[in-house]
Design a protein around this ligand. Structure first.
Ligand SMILES: [Zn+2]
Ligand SMILES: [Zn+2]
Length: 147
């Protein structure tokens, strides 16, 4: 189960890694994590603007990269699809809808993520591994919504 960090916990993480605590950093994390979804920076901006009407897309990109370096969120893009971020940093897999792009978490039985250990290879530095199950979500499979 995914539990989002409280503002106090996130502030402590930022400080311990030498980052300043700003309302923008807290606001972007809150907008992503409270959505319970994997959002593109554009969708994060739409949500965060409810609280921070003047925030720019550039700022959202910068903050998302900062939070990724901090390890409190992670990238969850699928192959050549749009950049997306995920506030669930525990090992897990994704269901991905080819039609609408919806991404949903599915548990990884192997909680330490050892099923995702890459084979040894010459000089290739693996940064992360992910499993995406591609298909159609229930909305997109429903004939009433087909155009
Ligand atoms: Zn769909
Ligand atoms: Zn996820």
């Amino acid at each position: 189960m995914f539990t989002m960090l409280t503002a106090a916990e996130l502030s402590a993480r930022l400080r311990s890694e030498g980052y300043r605590v700003t309302s923008q950093r807290l606001g972007v994390y809150e907008a992503l994590a409270s959505s319970g979804a994997h959002l593109t920076p554009e969708r994060v901006l739409e949500r965060v603007r409810e609280q921070h009407p003047s925030m720019s897309l550039n700022t959202v990109y910068e903050v998302l990269e900062t939070l990724t370096r901090l390890g409190v969120i992670r990238r969850a893009d699928v192959s050549a699809g749009p950049r997306r971020y995920d506030a669930n940093v525990a090992p897990h897999h994704h269901l991905v809808c080819r039609s609408c792009g919806m991404q949903e978490d599915v548990p990884c039985d192997d909680v330490d993520g050892s099923c995702l250990q890459p084979p040894a290879s010459d000089g290739f530095e693996v940064e992360e591994a992910q499993v995406a199950f591609l298909g159609l979500c229930s909305d997109c499979r429903d004939p009433a919504t087909l155009r």
